[in-house]
Design a protein around this ligand. Structure first.
Ligand code: MYA
Length: 353
């Protein structure tokens, strides 16, 4: 490509198509405690009754029946380490050959040091292994995969480990406690409702140079689009998240449609020709709206939010790992990963299984 075209391509965020990158292994961990939406609603009963809000709202409209919690004291780095150990065991990759560890969790042990360096230490990775956090709300795991793929394609490294560990118990408990306050009005309840849909879990993926993992699954590439004028629609801290659910849904769908159009051009996507869709797990409302908007076959869209809730950036890799475990992904399938995160940012990527 001539320099001019390259510059234009860079300016327009051209996709990188990878020829030598594969996903060697993926693993997910579901935490041991199952907390149902009914239990959460029961805890919130005094406020729901006082404000005249229906008690089945969480389960009925969001479609989230339950979410998982870790045992008290489990840190995001512990959760990420569990998934990393599982994927290392599964792949049998020599941990000394991992060239980069990228942690993508929204939840974190500390502001500093990075969660990645704690996971790196737990796993006793080599001193040559770069390690850092990538933060981009629910989208960061897909961003982490893309960064790793670029390093592998350039032959900077042989293997990359991407991890994510989320713990929604602290924010759920803090939200319920706050919403039980006598001064809480309907507006504040609605602003914090989305926090009750969050779930916990962890995921880890090993990406490799193709020649090192001949049975790996080709990571084709991704496209991304931003709509940062909507960066105020969902803002979260460790103990409180405030969300404008209606506008977020509307603008998220518009951005998803624009990103899908970019994938049609850059990755040659035709909805009917893709075999599986692994999407960010938000709720029944969001999933059904996306399926309708993009004209997807619902049979190809794997929904795990009813049992797991919204596990942030771990949603897509956990959904992929679960779909594999359930035998839904077959050799040769074109698998589309559809990610979106508060901000708003959206990425869509393809794997040939
Ligand atoms: S950020 C996290 C985002 N998560 C959520 O928004 C939580 C889940 N939200 C929902 O399930 C729906 O938005 C709800 C509304 C159910 C809230 N609080 O038909 P409706 C009542 C309390 O107008 P819908 C992230 O993940 C309403 O009064 N109650 O509502 C990253 C009515 O009840 P009633 C509420 O809009 C970024 C009932 O609900 C609230 O259909 C994601 C139905 O009303 C509220 N806030 O659903 C970006 N609002 O009949 C978006 C309404 O009793 C991504 N109600 O009056 C979009 C694309 C997804 C995937 C893309 C992949 C690329």
């Amino acid at each position: 490509m001539c320099l001019y075209l390259r510059q234009v391509a860079n300016l327009t965020n051209a996709p990188m198509i990878f020829k030598n990158v594969v996903i060697q292994a993926i693993a997910a961990i579901e935490p041991p405690i199952r907390a149902t939406s009914r239990e959460l609603s029961e805890r919130l009963l005094p406020t729901l009754q006082r404000l005249g809000i229906r008690t089945d709202l969480l389960e009925e409209f969001s479609g989230i029946v339950a979410r998982r919690f870790w045992n008290q004291g489990t840190l995001p780095s512990d959760a990420a380490t569990l998934a990393a150990e599982k994927v290392l065991e599964q792949s049998q990759v020599d941990r000394n050959r991992i060239g980069v560890l990228i942690n993508t969790s929204v939840c974190r042990d500390y502001l500093e040091p990075s969660t990645a360096c704690i996971v790196h230490g737990n796993l006793r990775l080599s001193e040559n292994c770069l390690n850092f956090d990538v933060g981009n709300a629910c989208l960061a795991f897909l961003n982490g995969m893309d960064i790793a793929a670029r390093m592998i394609e350039r032959e900077d490294i042989d293997y990359a480990l991407i991890v994510d560990g989320e713990s929604s118990r602290p924010i759920t408990d803090a939200t319920i406690e706050r919403l039980l306050g006598p001064d809480i009005d309907e507006q504040q309840f609605r602003a914090e409702f989305a926090s009750l849909t969050l779930g916990s879990g962890s995921a880890a993926m090993i990406m490799a140079r193709r020649e090192l993992a001949p049975d790996g699954h080709r990571y084709v590439g991704s496209v991304s689009r931003a709509a940062t004028e909507f960066n105020n629609l969902c803002r979260g801290q460790m103990d409180q998240m405030v969300t404008e659910t209606k506008v977020l849904l509307q603008e998220g769908l518009k951005l998803a449609a624009r990103t899908f159009s970019a994938a049609v051009i850059s990755l040659g996507w035709v909805a009917s020709e893709l075999d599986q869709f692994i999407i960010h797990q938000v709720s029944k409302v969001h999933t059904e709206a996306l399926v309708k908007l993009l004209g997807l076959d619902p049979q190809k869209v794997h929904a795990f939010y009813p049992e797991l809730g919204n596990v942030g950036p771990a949603s897509v890799p956990m959904a992929l790992a679960k779909a594999i475990e359930l035998g839904k992904i077959h050799s040769g399938d074109r698998v589309a990963l559809l990610g979106i995160g508060s901000g708003l940012n959206c990425s869509m990527a393809e794997i040939i299984w």
